[in-house]
Design a protein around this ligand. Sequence first.
Ligand code: V47
Ligand code: SF4
Length: 391
Amino acid sequence: MGERNAGNMITIDSINQKVGRGERITSEEGLYLYENASLGQVGKLANLIRERLHGDRTYFNRNFHVEPTNVCIYTCSFCSYSRLIKERSDGWEYTHDDIMEMVKKYDHEPVTEVHIVGGVLPQYDVRWYERLFQAIKAHRPELHIKALTPVEYHYIFKKEKISYAEGMRRMKTAGLDSMPGGGAEIFHPEIREEIAGDKCTGEQWLDIHQEWHLLGQRSNATMLYGHIERFEHRIDHLDKLRSLQDETGGFQTMIPLKFRNKGNHMAHVPESTTVEDLRNYAISRIYLDNFKHIKAYWPMIGRETAQLSLAFGVNDIDGTIDDTTKIYSMAGAEEQAPSMSTRELVALIKSVGRHPIERNTLYDVIKDYDEVKFEDDEEFRGYLDLPVVNG
Ligand code: V47
Ligand code: SF4
């Protein structure tokens, strides 16, 4: 069964042909895939695009997270991690010294990135973050700072009475290297007002990324899916990202984030199935023809689904993380203390026949692991309890 689109019937076949020719699909076609296509159908198309762009190459990095506080003035109903100011005795609020101690713990480790994101706390203002970024850069200039989202930036720039453009310039001068993808949730106001009504709007999120891109800088994007949104809200979200990317080209990676329902105000909302998760990766890959990378965030979905996702459009599985984030474990994610050694990440990728590449945040190659002979290497063999598909 198909639907009308400018006089043409939309069918899986017509979409297959378009994608085969390397053409962009329309929002109607995207919605058609969400509503009608099987996992096998979207998987085949997403894998075609993935292999066209990257072959078997699958990226990861060595990183750690710093979450300066979990106290937050906002009340997103999906958030399991934050505490209100009146409950602050139950949370944490790190000082610059605390954070520098965490950074220094990695002094002799070959990590390339620190990912900094947390709650929105009034005393953490523009000056506070400037001084933090400066201190990290003074200590370890080559460590890439990927920090904060438009949720924090909108709040601190408004408080400082400066424009987004001026604020992002100041952050860049202080040492910010790139922006992570968080805070995007679902842009459409019908859903955003329900789940994240008091923080920055979808438009403001996009405006801040746009200003950052106009400075020649890079950022990531996310979509929090599988709760009360409908397929048309997902397409609206993907479409807004695709349009901004057409304009600036500043996005590196799209990270679909599966809603987890433990310990938050949406605990009654069932979680999506693994089949739906894989369909969503695949449709994101197909729709976002101008995004180079699609990432599966393994602490959220678990190692096995992360492996499966590599056949459904995903070409990146984030980093080693080293048990430094609490956002997902507090929301009921598979990984309660997320940490993977480089060897485990390499084994996980190799055991599904893909080619592991360690990258930095900007996707420059740090090490190509193809030369490691998985099946001949005692250290790798049996490291994960998984069959070796190829070496
Ligand atoms: O914005 C919060 C999400 C995001 C829940 O850019 C939840 O490389 C599911 O954006 N269930 C923050 N998701 C994390 C993030 C991220 C993660 C990894 C890599 C990158 C990157 C970015 O986490 C929030 C929100 O969308 N989140 N609570 C929950 N219960
Ligand atoms: Fe605060 Fe972020 Fe949690 Fe929303 S998702 S309540 S902005 S920490």
